[in-house]
Write a protein that binds this ligand. Structure first.
Ligand code: THU
Length: 143
């Protein structure tokens, strides 16, 4: 489906407000760049996350990590809509690694708010590697 059309099902102002609120919880002593993320599941649950940094810089948890953890911990299911913002409320793109996280739990039908407008997940992670690749492989080798 067209992303602009798919996006009409969600209250983006509300989602952005939740994401912005999460930036006030971020632990960012190193980058000083807070990120808050918010999403809605296909069964209507709100899930959120904030970034949590670490003295071992590479161990940093992006805001999306917290959001996906909340998604799984509160019953799993599929993510339907997602946004993330920085500390001044600007919409930002999920990093490459977090696009992979979002793919696993939302797939092609997930609507993402980006600085350039709404996009479907398969637009921002084209030809994604995912669970289907593993299933296809297993089926092939078990024949
Ligand atoms: N960050 C996120 O939380 N999500 C992203 O998708 C982009 C980057 C965080 C990680 C780090 O704490 C800070 O932004 C600067 O890279």
């Amino acid at each position: 489906m067209n992303a602009e059309v798919a996006a009409r099902d969600f209250d983006w102002e509300d989602l952005r407000a939740h994401a912005r609120e999460m930036t006030t919880k971020s632990y960012v002593p190193y980058s000083k760049y807070p990120v808050g993320a918010a999403g809605v599941t296909t069964d209507g649950r709100l899930v959120r996350g904030c970034n949590v940094e670490n003295a071992g810089y590479g161990v940093t948890l992006c805001a999306e990590c917290g959001l996906i953890s909340e998604l799984v911990a509160t019953g799993g299911g599929r993510l339907a809509a997602f946004t993330c913002v920085n500390g001044v409320g600007e919409v930002i793109m999920p990093c490459g690694r977090c696009r992979q996280l979002l793919w696993e739990h939302g797939g092609a039908q997930l609507v993402i708010e980006t600085p350039a407008g709404f996009r479907m997940m398969d637009d921002i992670l084209p030809q994604a590697f995912g669970p289907q690749d593993l299933d296809d492989y297993e089926e092939r080798v078990s024949q």
